[in-house]
Design a protein around this ligand. Structure first.
Ligand SMILES: Cc1cc2nc3c(=O)[nH]c(=O)nc-3n(C[C@H](O)[C@H](O)[C@H](O)COP(=O)(O)OP(=O)(O)OC[C@H]3O[C@@H](n4cnc5c(N)ncnc54)[C@H](O)[C@@H]3O)c2cc1C
Length: 492
């Protein structure tokens, strides 16, 4: 099969709808339910973009196994141009959603590319990982992922949780595969994804007793016994009043496994706590970091544009402190762009010929984006200020008996009330809504706890050689004897 169209995706997910719960409501068709249809249709739109004449040169390539046109998100780079192509493909999708959907299909597409490139890490199951990558590529599947355990008792390891299957673990080994039970904390986009990729997060501290929880596998989201419990949706409301939430609310869901069968060909790690502790060796951030940096860049660009246009409309953009704040946002954009370019120009070629982006500048963006974005949202509030609430409750006011008030008081010097309110509702949806709050939380945490992430990547794994060399060279350039002469007196 070649790269899917939007309709093919929607038909497939409609036919194979997973078990999704929103409160007491069991969703039967995620392509039609008010909470999930917005995001599902956005994903469909992205699939269609792959075939758009403007983009298909970047978004598709010829499959090495079938000769069909497949998604660039699965291109294993063997030269610099491949890296650029991968970045362009990520950026096209990120721009199409204003950077507001972090878990588009290319996030796990990038993850699986890294797993494929470093499949040897998996030992005996390396071929299963390679086969699965090819299966996903050839069927153009949309994957979500779940790695974090439920926050029940964070002070204890997996084996010491209140219930044996609080955390996802192995109940039994059957002839057909593993029977697993337990939960995972969150899988964004799970309600409308085709498959789920699962592995455990560990701060490299799993021990032998935690082995039953040391699993990596992938299964269809409609597998028997698998269910998703969604958070409250933000997507209700019309497109004028909730222009972002009505389209881009990628649902987050808790994942419950109730004696789910994982076929053997989908088991990548089985009770292998040692490999789980070393899973970072796959270096998946070298690929996912390109997707998440390109996506962050689109989001920063979107917020910058929003703040610029909103302040232009009421002419606050002429004030120096407003210009300084907008300049802060564009600074982050350019640092992100620089990191992406650095990751490509300092890429390394593996023994098998894959060209892998340098993960170091990508980590720097990960460790900054989670702090930049809350600040950028604050800058949107500081620059647009009370204007974020200076709007009628809903669009119906424009066709009501108070329409004259709106026309008079909600206009700008050169803009009519309808156009001004239209733009400010977009800003409000990001700066002060529940949807906007979720976005701040997402940027803070999607890549893990910011504290440990920075300690691990910028301190423990960081290459300190050159910083320390600089200090040592300076210290080596003088000594006590250079200052005190043979007589012990200071020499000038
Ligand atoms: C919007 C959103 C979407 C997400 N999507 C996904 C997804 O698609 N897939 C997925 O797998 N995950 C997803 N996550 C989960 C995300 O990976 C976690 O939120 C993140 O790893 C932090 O874990 P936590 O939220 O459980 O926080 P916790 O680990 O419970 O941390 C809470 C606080 O306790 C501190 N703390 C915790 N443990 C320790 C310790 N041992 N020592 C010292 N301090 C500690 C932390 O520093 C933090 O301040 C998502 C999260 C959000 C918010």
């Amino acid at each position: 099969m070649s790269a899917r169209t939007g309709n093919q995706y929607l038909e497939q997910i409609c036919k194979n709808s997973p078990e999704v719960w929103i409160g007491a409501d069991r969703v039967t068709d995620v392509t039609a339910h008010s909470a999930t249809q917005g995001a599902a249709h956005e994903i469909a739109r992205l699939y269609d973009l792959q075939h758009d004449a403007r983009y298909r040169g970047d978004m598709l390539f010829t499959s090495p196994t079938t000769g069909q046109q497949v998604g660039t998100q699965f291109l294993v780079p063997t030269k610099q141009e491949d890296l650029l192509r991968r970045r362009r493909a990520h950026k096209i999708w990120a721009d199409a959603t204003c950077g507001l959907m972090g878990r588009t299909t290319d996030f796990i597409g990038a993850m699986l590319t890294a797993w494929y490139v470093n499949a040897d890490f998996f030992g005996d199951t390396a071929d299963r990982v390679r086969d699965y990558f090819e299966y996903v590529r050839e069927n153009d599947l949309f994957l979500t992922h779940a790695i974090i355990d439920p926050p029940v008792d964070r002070s204890r390891p997996p084996s010491q949780q209140p219930d044996r299957f609080t955390y996802l673990g192995v109940e039994a080994e059957a002839e057909e595969g593993l029977i697993v039970s337990g939960a995972k904390m969150l899988a964004t986009a799970a309600p409308y994804a085709d498959e789920i990729l699962v592995w455990p997060f560990s701060r490299r501290n799993h021990e032998a007793a935690d082995a039953p929880y040391a699993l990596a596998f992938a299964i269809p989201t409609n597998s028997e016994g698998l269910r998703f419990i969604s958070r409250e949706p933000y997507s209700s409301g019309n497109r004028f009043d909730h222009p972002l939430a009505s389209r881009f609310d990628e649902m987050d869901a808790v994942v419950v496994f109730d004696r789910v069968l994982v076929p053997w060909n989908r088991v990548f790690l089985n009770q292998d706590y040692d490999r789980v502790n070393r899973i970072w060796e796959i270096n998946s951030n070298a690929f996912t970091g390109v997707q998440s940096s390109a996506r962050l860049m689109s989001k920063l660009q979107f917020v910058a544009g929003l703040a610029k246009r909103a302040t232009e409309l009421v002419r606050t953009d002429q004030f120096p402190q407003v210009r300084d704040m907008l300049g802060e946002i564009t600074t982050y954009i350019e640092l992100t762009r620089a990191a992406l370019i650095a990751s490509e120009t300092t890429a390394e070629t593996t023994a098998s010929g894959a060209v892998v982006p340098n993960v170091t500048p990508l980590y720097a963006v990960r460790n900054s984006g989670n702090r930049w974005y809350p600040r950028v949202r604050e800058l949107l509030q500081l620059t647009v200020a009370g204007g974020l609430l200076y709007q009628p409750a809903d669009v119906s006011a424009f066709r009501s008996e108070i329409a004259g008030d709106l026309d008079k008081f909600y206009r700008g010097p050169e803009v009519a009330a309808e156009d001004r309110v239209k733009l400010y509702k977009v800003a409000a949806d990001l700066a002060v809504s529940g949807f906007g709050g979720r976005h701040e939380l997402y940027e803070r945490f999607y890549a893990g706890d910011p504290l440990f992430l920075r300690i691990n990547t910028q301190f423990q794994m960081y290459d300190w050689a050159h910083p320390l060399d600089l200090v040592d060279s300076l210290l080596d350039s003088y000594g006590v004897d250079d200052v005190l002469g043979a007589s012990g007196e200071e020499v000038t």
